[in-house]
Design a protein around this ligand. Sequence first.
Ligand code: PEP
Ligand code: MN
Length: 344
Amino acid sequence: MIVVIKDEATPQELQAIEQLMAGSESPHYTRLDGSLILSNERPLQQDTALRLLEFASVERVLKADKAYRLVSREFRPAGTIIRVGDAVFGGDEAVAIAGPCSVESEDQILRIAAEVKEGGAKVLRGGAFKPRTSPYAFQGLGERGLELLAKAREASGLPIVTEVLDAADLPLVASYADILQVGSRNMKNYKLLKAVAASNKPILLKRGMASHLEELLLSAEYIMAGGNGDIILCERGVRTFTDYARNTLDLNIVPTIKKATHLPIIVDPSHGTGIRDLVAPMSMAAIACGADGLMIEVHTEPDRSWSDAAQAISPENFADIMHKVRSLSAWRTAHEALSLTPEG
Ligand code: PEP
Ligand code: MN
């Protein structure tokens, strides 16, 4: 159950509420958006709910009977909207994050930032600390990469998202990033999830490449239980028997996530396919099935990208995708409005 409490609760009241909630497990305390939230795994009985609601400080009591509680749709039925600069995640319009896989040089990131902004991106991406399969592959420019991203933000006005690979790097990365990315390989790095929860920056949480829906949601729950509810989920493809693409983009998860959680979800068709020519069609498919946005790898010289060249697309290609995404997104909004209109 979840009990949402106004800040005015006295210690005595809190103790009495805890006693009413009590099972074998004492409740977890979360401070979120000016409220105090007590939650535990115990199923909620009707009479307990009524007694809890008698406290003036208790705002809401929820059943929340899933393993994930705070990220469940039930907790915030209207959905979560996250604003970063001009980007609105979870609103009516699909929003795009775009930029290179890795920050390579000042000239590269400044040029790409200007191009993707022109093409319609609302957030600039770029890896400074890269999680590479081979230890011999380019590992990212590190702090220099963060400095260059900050320059690109200044020049373009776009907020920046970049990956934090390790809790030890968090203070440094958070001092530059507007959104902190937790990558696929780190979705289950619970120490890192707890650390980013305390960072007060929005988090872009990518699905682990072999993770179940509930595991993704419980990783998000780590961040929200730690007091940070600004989480954008990202489907980036999973490992299957597919032998023609880097991953299988699991778009089934998009409408499923929309039901299960109030958090916005975006789709990354670049890592989801690993193939340049598949980025456009899978972007359309993602928007059609309800994604709140896209994250796309764009490079002014795609074939010369220092990492993930095979999936990098040109700024022209990106602008074309965005053009189609805008009309698809408008169609989707109109269609949803129509389907909500009562018959007759
Ligand atoms: C990335 O977006 O830069 C990245 C490394 O993606 P993923 O964690 O999904 O592999
Ligand atoms: Mn990449």
